[in-house]
Design a protein around this ligand. Structure first.
Ligand code: PAF
Length: 287
């Protein structure tokens, strides 16, 4: 496995590769990331994994400074799973004109309005930062296939739009969320949870499952379910358990618009805080 830090080193390492699968990450790798690498290996002989904590996707009051940076341990895990190349650039390599404080001369992508809903509503600029770094990484790696986790459903949706709207010849693969046995979705931010909060963190997934069960037991034709009411009840239940809910939302999985009673492919998404830790999760399902 080659470890590269600059675009030049990466290009050199990729010189003879024609079939590349790419897994972008921010490091602090857990079993969910490793699963993405395993899926990538099914699609190409050469698997590139990037590790870059992208300052553009953090708001000023977020955890950019404290986000766990564990490059040595990450590389050991990637070697064990037989990744081909690690790309771990510096901020200066990715953003030559970024002064560390504001965007200034950095060219960025304005994603479609869906980027301002759900996570984008409380994280302004987040998806512009994600789309910008992913486009830059795609330009550097030039993969045929790129693999993303479904846990970040809205991110995956926006990246599919990016690829379509910028005419990129890259196949985007969404991979099912890897969960702990409790149902808690694996996330680097789970490491922030106190042991008491960790024990109750699966409540987010249980609340999503409860909504899915309620919707599945109704039918689109014979629908008297009030989605707004389901969302409000789920939020209230979590709040009683000590969560601060950012959103709880039932959407069309195809458009991410509010779900209508005739939509069959749905996704229920939630973001909520336990203490200072913001967790997200979702379940996509057919009615
Ligand atoms: O999902 C992530 O870890 C990040 O948002 C990504 C896609 C690597 C871009 O920084």
């Amino acid at each position: 496995m080659k470890i590269t830090h600059t675009a030049t080193e990466l290009r050199q390492a990729l010189k003879n590769q024609t079939n590349i699968a790419f897994v972008p990450t921010m490091g602090n790798l857990h079993a969910g990331h490793i699963h993405l690498v395993e899926v990538a290996k099914q699609h190409a002989q050469c698997v590139v994994v990037s590790i870059f904590v992208n300052p553009l996707q953090f708001s000023v009051n977020e955890d950019l400074a404290t986000y766990p940076r564990t490059l040595v341990a990450d590389c050991e895990k990637l070697k064990a799973v037989d990744a081909t190349i690690v790309f771990a650039p510096t901020v200066a390599e990715m953003y030559p004109d970024f002064d560390g404080d504001q965007l200034n001369q950095t060219m960025t992508i304005t994603p479609p309005p869906i980027a301002n809903a759900l996570c984008g509503a409380s994280r302004p600029g987040h998806f512009s930062g994600v789309a910008t770094v992913v486009l830059k990484l795609f330009n550097m790696v030039m993969p045929q296939v790129a693999v993303f986790g479904q846990k970040d459903f809205q991110q995956l949706f926006i990246i599919k739009q990016l690829v379509k709207q910028f005419n990129l010849p890259i196949k985007i693969i969404g991979v099912d969320t890897v969960r702990e046995t409790s149902g808690l979705a694996m996330s680097s931010r789970n490491g922030y949870l106190s042991s008491a909060h960790r024990k109750q963190a699966n409540q987010l997934n249980l609340a999503l499952q409860h909504i899915v069960t309620q919707i599945k037991s109704s039918t689109p034709q014979n629908n008297n379910l009030d989605f707004q009411q389901l969302e409000n009840e789920a939020s209230a239940r979590l709040e009683i358990q000590g969560w601060v809910v950012d959103y709880f939302s039932i959407k069309s999985a195809l458009t991410l618009d509010s779900a209508s009673s005739t939509d069959v492919r749905l996704v229920v998404l939630a973001a909520a805080k336990l203490g200072n830790t913001r967790l997200i999760d979702n379940i996509e399902f057919l009615r």
